[in-house]
Design a protein around this ligand. Structure first.
Ligand code: ATR
Length: 287
């Protein structure tokens, strides 16, 4: 990419958004692939998502990543939706097409790819326990079912929300021959799981979602969708029970890689960017 080449414009829109790692990640992807893009961030007032997106598009913008609190606004804003965005009920990727605005959701794909490729744990035939039934959980159900796990059990503090998710995805589970069940933590079948995903907002205030300790074992990957410079309370808890812990930094990088692919038709390699981001995140601790 030469310095004076005209570059297509992309950005992440959110509130707050200054802390977002997406400009760093996509900057690395642009260098890696040689795609002529520039990527910035866009702060919008919480009640003014649509006018900000329209102004960005009118100024020639080609696509957006969408973060908190706008994923539902983006879902409503898009003219067409991918099946995975429709199933998630939320959009994290907008692409400006000649025919209108296309909405997609790459979060679940990012989770699945991080677990299978970066962490090396196949989901086909796996017993998966999903903790939480909010927006983050709903976004990953379909991509996980598509990997054909043996069972997917959804547990939530408010059991009715887990039950509603089971109902929503019942047909997809039948199509993929997966045993999909859910409810309260006390109602589920005991025993060790291959993968436990924490999709609750618990790690934000360092609280642990209710979960039977017997679900964790030496063969369990305990994945927290949150990340930070230090392991989350959920990861620490899992480790004390002999399980392997992982945080959501790889999911962040892989959802970005999939968004890049949606926009450019070129798939960047997430692994080196993840390694670089991990080093930056933990550097203050080592200093
Ligand atoms: P998000 O988009 O991050 O998923 P959300 O839709 O508000 O946000 O969902 C938050 C999820 O975290 C829910 O599953 C919530 O459980 P409830 O449905 O019972 O509210 C869960 N959650 C939040 N704090 C929690 C805590 N301290 N312990 C257990 N679950 C918690």
């Amino acid at each position: 990419m030469s310095a004076n080449q005209v570059r297509d414009r992309y950005a992440v829109i959110g509130n707050p958004v200054a802390h977002s790692k997406s400009p760093f990640i996509h900057g690395r992807f642009a260098v890696q692939t040689g795609e002529p893009i520039e990527y910035g961030h866009l702060l919008a007032p919480v009640d003014a998502f649509a006018p900000h997106v329209r102004a960005f598009v009118e100024a020639g913008g080609r696509g957006l990543n969408v973060t908190v609190p706008f994923k539902l606004d983006a879902h409503a804003f898009a003219d067409t939706l991918s099946p995975r965005a429709a199933a998630a009920g939320a959009v994290n990727t907008l692409r400006v097409d000649a025919t209108g605005i296309y909405g997609d959701n790459t979060d679940g794909f990012g989770l699945v790819r991080d677990i299978e490729v970066n962490l090396g744990v196949p989901l086909k035939g796996a017993r998966i326990l999903l903790l939480g039934a909010g927006g983050a959980a709903r976004g990953v159900v379909l991509p996980m079912l598509e990997r054909m796990p043996h069972t997917l059990t959804i547990v939530n503090r408010t059991a009715a929300k887990a039950e509603a998710l089971v109902e929503q995805f019942a047909q997809a589970a039948r199509d993929t021959a997966c045993c999909l069940t859910g409810g309260s933590a006390r109602a589920i079948e005991a025993g060790e799981y291959d993968v436990i995903v924490n999709a609750t907002a618990g790690s934000l205030d360092a609280s642990l979602p209710e979960c039977d300790d017997r679900a964790f074992g030496a063969g369990t990957l305990a994945y927290d969708m949150m990340y930070g410079a230090q392991p989350t309370v959920f990861m620490e808890h899992a480790r004390t029970l002999g399980a392997r812990g992982a945080d959501g930094l790889g999911m962040l990088v892989e959802q970005a890689a999939e968004s890049f692919f949606v926009w450019r038709g070129v798939r960047p390699d997430g692994a080196p960017v993840l390694a670089e981001l991990r080093a930056l995140l933990t550097a203050p601790l080592r200093a």
